[in-house]
Design a protein around this ligand. Structure first.
Ligand SMILES: C[S@@+](CC[C@H](N)C(=O)[O-])C[C@H]1O[C@@H](n2cnc3c(N)ncnc32)[C@H](O)[C@@H]1O
Length: 288
């Protein structure tokens, strides 16, 4: 079962590479405050060594590299080479030399001899089939007492960018409940207690948790928000594509109308509440 989940996870992220490339500038701009706040919570400062797991197109790895400066170092890890390629191009545009990118599965990743002062994991852990294994890898790589900051999404009702398209699709067809059985997905750690427990069981103490509202997509027209959702692909978009054309158009029209509620002046801005959890490595082996 885990192997099937693992393959599904990797295949999903691989097919999203073109999407992330297309929307890279917008995502970097809109979600920058989240990366910066994560680095504040981890107290990232010049000279530090930071590990960013599931860095995608380089978040928060690239802002971290700017903060740690020439005497510090960032190792940015992601499962998908295509994601790392976007991140490498961003780093080279910014002239960042103190960052290395490595394609690896966070669940089996070995950092080697280097021990890191801090680690970050933005919107990645919830998609991994066995998050506890990823936490073990991070625990091994961190100095005792090192900080780990994780960003996860709150419950569906407070994350409209992910839940609104689905709620509207329910008018036209059955839509399976996401993560209702604790399986990987966007709302897996929506209940903060679930994440706290998995952290505590894997060698971390939870020090603080806070919420932040974050815009994820903006556009002047509802149709552009619909295009953004469709471009992401994956299981949800397959559910849309399986419907007859007239129902697909009806869903698109209804969604484009519904997102008008999120218009602020010229732009429709859709996002959600993210939870930032600050944990600290206990220094003891997980389970020990
Ligand atoms: C929503 S993106 C977040 C990327 C980036 N941290 C950000 O906030 O923009 C999720 C990322 O997790 C990565 N990912 C998923 N499972 C992974 C695993 N087992 N090991 C490493 N990376 C993984 C995906 O390839 C993808 O880049």
């Amino acid at each position: 079962m885990e192997d099937v989940e693992r393959q599904r996870n990797e295949a999903f992220w691989q097919q999203t590479v073109a999407f992330w490339r297309r929307y890279d500038e917008m995502e970097a701009r809109l979600t920058r405050p989240v990366s910066e706040r994560m680095l504040d919570l981890a107290r990232v400062s010049p000279g530090m060594r930071l590990l960013d797991v599931a860095c995608g197109r380089g978040e928060p790895a690239l802002p971290a590299a700017r903060r740690v400066g020439p005497h510090g170092w960032v190792l940015a890890v992601d499962l998908v080479e295509g994601m790392l390629q976007i991140a490498r191009e961003r780093a080279s545009r910014e002239g960042l030399k103190n960052i290395e990118f490595r394609a690896a599965d966070a669940e089996s990743f070995q950092a080697g001899e280097t021990l890191f002062d801090a680690a970050t994991l933005r919107w990645g852990l919830m998609f991994m089939p066995t998050p506890e294994r990823a936490l073990e890898s991070i625990h091994r790589a961190l100095k005792p007492g090192g900080a780990l900051v994780i960003a996860s999404w709150a419950e569906a009702a407070r994350v409209p960018f992910a839940s609104l398209p689905r709620r509207i699709l329910e008018r036209y067809r059955d839509v399976p409940l996401p993560n209702s059985d604790g399986r990987p997905g966007v709302f897996r750690h929506a209940d903060g207690a679930t994440l706290d427990t998995v952290l505590q069981e894997n060698g971390f103490s939870v020090e603080a948790s806070e919420e932040m509202e974050v815009p994820v997509v903006e556009a002047t027209e509802g149709s552009a928000i619909v295009a953004w959702i469709r471009a992401m692909g994956g299981a949800f978009v397959n559910l849309v594509d399986e419907m007859p054309q007239h129902q697909q158009h009806a869903w698109e029209k209804a969604l484009a109308t519904e997102v008008e509620k999120y218009r602020v002046g010229e732009h429709i801005v859709l996002g959600g509440i993210t939870r930032l959890t600050l944990a600290r490595s206990s220094g003891r082996k997980p389970g020990g």
